[in-house]
Design a protein around this ligand. Structure first.
Ligand code: CTP
Length: 428
């Protein structure tokens, strides 16, 4: 079963009139791919750019176009439509729609829905650069932003760039992937604040970065892991109140706020430090940690015997390195026993068959969740990532987003897992 980050979330998409309306079709596709359900409202001007038929085909629902249609009002009226939605998205949000929303003008289905709803609304403005920069539009946008504390009016974009009208500047609608990301942020990602620290009292151990397996005093075996994803996870867990010990291989990264770091070099060091951190949990705590997230890219092999001095070139040709396998830290942590954390999460770095390999690792290593990474892509060292979250219940596909957003979403899922209602954790 493949599910997505927006599984069972309902989006009401209002498509305004502008050349960017064609991007709304791609947005529908992305939302549905992420597991969300979409119903569309097409304004009169919007229908000049995309057909109701394309929207109906892509959403799988009839498209609403007018306020007063006897059939529609008996099926699902505009009030019900806004009740149905978890989030309202306006893309493209034209100058006209923004003006109506900012001033409470309700003279068609789209504008009436925007005023009638008590749901969060995300606007993706799109218009000519001079229109966008006009003080009247800016005043309306400022007014909308002032409604943030109401039901929540959020904006994504506009982007700067070349426009369909041939001009250059801000006004281009945000790309569908960026709008999708904002939808996920609004609906899924946590908004940690001082008051919201659901992992307070929980102990977490995170491994991150590569390991370095010395060959001699100057050389070693390592890999391309930057540690960024693991550090972001440690930081996100700490932000939700967890006591976090980060066991880190060599990286150039700063210790995240609120995290205790233990620096290690080799896989054997990492194993020892991870086990020590799990059993003490944290300097101030006792007993096993609640959460283990093992994201480190542990070198699979080390040399059998590390040379005491620098290996020199010689007439005998290059040396032969005898390699032996490193212990599997994750399999050890996930093994049943009194020291096993309640939730053990591993990573799978794959270049092929991501889901199948990640799922195989889930059962082979005995962990609870696997975060699957396609590392054939631009992942190492980059700030973005796309992952699969593989659990025994199913697979979710999280689209490419900043590593900090992946970390935030994972930390939120971990917090959710420990909520009393989940009934999975004995301590809850
Ligand atoms: N891992 C570990 N100890 C090892 C190797 C891997 O703890 N000696 C952990 C990693 O931190 C990660 C998971 O196991 O959470 C999967 O790592 P990965 O490198 O993807 O898999 P491998 O075990 O190396 O398997 P393969 O070589 O088949 O890809």
């Amino acid at each position: 079963m493949t599910t997505g980050a927006l599984q069972s979330r309902k989006i009401l998409l209002i498509v305004g009139g502008g050349i960017a309306a064609y991007k709304a079709l791609e947005l529908v596709r992305l939302i549905r791919k992420a597991g969300g359900e979409v119903q569309a409202v097409l304004t009169k001007a919007g229908a000049e750019f995309v057909t109701p038929l394309s929207l109906a085909a892509l959403t799988g629902h009839p498209v609403r176009q007018t306020l007063f249609m006897p059939d529609d009002e008996t099926a699902m009226g505009h009030i019900e439509l806004s009740r149905w939605a978890d989030l309202i998205v306006v893309a493209p949000a034209t100058a006209g729609l923004i003006a109506k929303a900012a001033n409470g003008l309700a003279d068609d289905l789209a504008s009436t829905t925007l005023i009638a709803t008590d749901k969060k609304t995300l606007l993706a403005p799109a218009m000519n650069v001079r229109m966008w920069l006009h003080p009247a539009v800016q005043a309306n946008v400022a007014r909308l932003k002032g409604f943030e504390g109401f039901h929540g009016m959020a904006l994504v974009g506009p982007d700067e760039g070349e426009m369909a009208c041939g001009e250059f500047g801000p006004g281009r609608m945000a790309e569908p992937a960026a709008i999708l990301q904002s939808i996920i942020d609004l609906l899924i990602a946590p908004a940690p604040s001082g008051a919201e620290r659901p992992l307070t009292g929980r102990k977490a151990v995170v491994t991150a970065g590569p390991t370095f397996e010395a060959i001699d005093p100057v050389r070693g075996l390592t890999n391309r892991s930057s540690g960024k994803q693991g550090y972001a996870i440690a930081s996100a867990l700490a932000a939700l109140g967890a006591q976090v010990t980060l066991v880190s291989g060599p990286t150039g990264l700063a210790v995240p706020v609120g995290v205790t770091r233990v620096d290690v070099e080799s896989a054997l060091d990492m194993k020892a430090a991870t086990e020590a951190a799990l059993s003490s949990g944290h300097a101030s705590g006792h007993g096993p940690a609640d959460i283990a997230v093992l994201s480190a890219a542990v070198a699979d092999w080390r040399v059998d015997t590390i040379a005491g001095g620098k290996i020199k070139k010689g007439p005998g040709g290059p040396p032969t390195l005898a390699l032996i396998e490193n212990p599997d830290i994750l399999a050890g942590v996930a093994a049943p026993g009194p020291m096993r954390p309640a939730l053990v999460i591993g990573f799978a770095a794959e270049t092929t068959d991501l889901e199948a390999n990640a799922r195989a690792k889930l059962s082979r290593k005995g962990c609870d969740w696997i975060v699957g990474n396609d590392v054939s892509d631009d992942v190492f060292g980059s700030d973005g990532n796309a992952v699969l979250l593989v659990t025994r219940e199913g697979t979710e596909s999280w689209p490419r987003q900043p590593k900090s957003a992946i970390a935030g979403a994972l930390a939120a899922r971990i917090a959710d897992h420990f909520k009393p209602h989940s009934g999975i954790d004995g301590k809850a």
